[in-house]
Design a protein around this ligand. Structure first.
Ligand SMILES: NC(=O)c1ccc[n+]([C@@H]2O[C@H](COP(=O)([O-])OP(=O)(O)OC[C@H]3O[C@@H](n4cnc5c(N)ncnc54)[C@H](O)[C@@H]3O)[C@@H](O)[C@H]2O)c1
Length: 285
């Protein structure tokens, strides 16, 4: 999708963090915006700030896990702008670090609903619209480095991000069989300085965390990593470049590729998974 000017970008989870930065970057590229989030108050603030910079913005509160709310977002976008050309399936949450078998069922369901069903609802709703439009379109799925690497205690988050990798590659291949004018990108950020570990989005600590178990080490490592992460603006800039250049894999943090290379070496070499870092020091030495 070389020319973004005058096109319409739909962004989920756009009230803050990477989603808001994607909205800003899309507006800077001359796009009209349909921004959506589950948090209506923060979404209204985001709209104010984007409008103040001269963007043409529709703000539509919706829960990505609810298919009919995403259909309503699409209808409102088409009503206001007449098309939907670039979709960012960005909304996501981190969940609660815990042992797999102690993760609350409600946490599994919530993480799957937002991180995976959110993108599925976006694809089911917007791909038919884009195919019908027959214009140049693009879908960006925001996964994570966690869609390629495994750490313990993050079961639901990693399961949904690995699944996101699978459905996004599948989407790309399926669209090729139709010779459709819809590009696809899989964005895999590493640590990015957002509110994902804090504020209202923060999950309650699991039992295992409260008893000072290793899951609490993972939460503090993640919190520290996010605090000193890349700015969402830098991530968004790389994503917009990828859309313009029809690039599929978007690894915004170079260290990620090195770590993924090590994982593939293990897989190809038939070596068993190993604990890393502080967990390795505490449990294997
Ligand atoms: N921050 C990081 O280090 C990092 C790293 C890798 C991947 N990611 C991914 O980037 C994406 C954005 O995360 P972020 O870091 O900007 O987080 P964030 O918490 O700052 O922003 C996420 C936004 O999504 C919204 N949201 C949550 N549940 C929703 C729902 N059900 N429906 C609609 N909106 C909902 C929140 O209200 C919030 O505004 C996520 O998919 C996340 O997994 C983040």
């Amino acid at each position: 999708m070389k020319n973004l000017k005058g096109k319409v970008a739909v962004i989920t989870g756009a009230a803050r963090g990477i989603g808001f930065a994607l909205a800003e970057a899309s507006a800077e590229a001359g796009m009209k915006l349909a921004i959506s989030d589950i948090d209506p108050a923060a979404l209204a603030e985001a709209k104010k700030s984007l409008d103040a910079k001269g963007a043409e913005t529709l703000a539509f509160p919706a829960d990505v896990g609810n298919a009919s709310e995403i259909e309503a977002l699409a209808a409102a976008t088409l009503k206001q702008f007449g098309s939907a050309d670039l979709l960012f399936n960005n909304a996501g949450l981190f969940g609660t670090p815990a042992l797999l078998w102690e993760q609350e069922l409600a946490d599994w369901e919530k993480t799957i609903s937002v991180n995976l069903m959110g993108a599925i609802n976006g694809i089911r709703t917007f791909v038919p619209i884009m195919l019908h439009q027959e214009t140049d379109c693009h879908i960006v799925n925001v996964a994570s480095v966690a869609g390629h690497l495994v750490q313990p205690f993050l079961g639901p988050y990693q399961a949904t991000k690995f699944a996101m990798t699978a459905i996004t590659e599948s989407l790309y291949l399926e669209l090729q069989t139709l010779d459709a004018n819809i590009g696809v990108s899989l964005v895999c950020p590493g640590f990015t300085k957002t509110n994902i570990m804090g504020g209202e989005a923060a999950s309650e600590p699991s039992q295992e965390e409260m008893s000072g178990g290793p899951a609490s080490m993972i939460r503090s490592a993640m919190t520290e990593g996010v605090k000193s992460g890349l700015s969402p603006h830098d991530v968004a800039k790389q994503v917009i470049e990828a859309v313009k250049n029809d690039k599929f894999y978007v690894f915004t943090h170079p260290y990620a590729l090195e770590m993924i290379g090590k994982r593939f070496d293990q897989v190809l070499g038939g070596t068993n998974p190993l604990l890393e870092g502080a967990l390795k020091e505490r449990f294997t030495e």
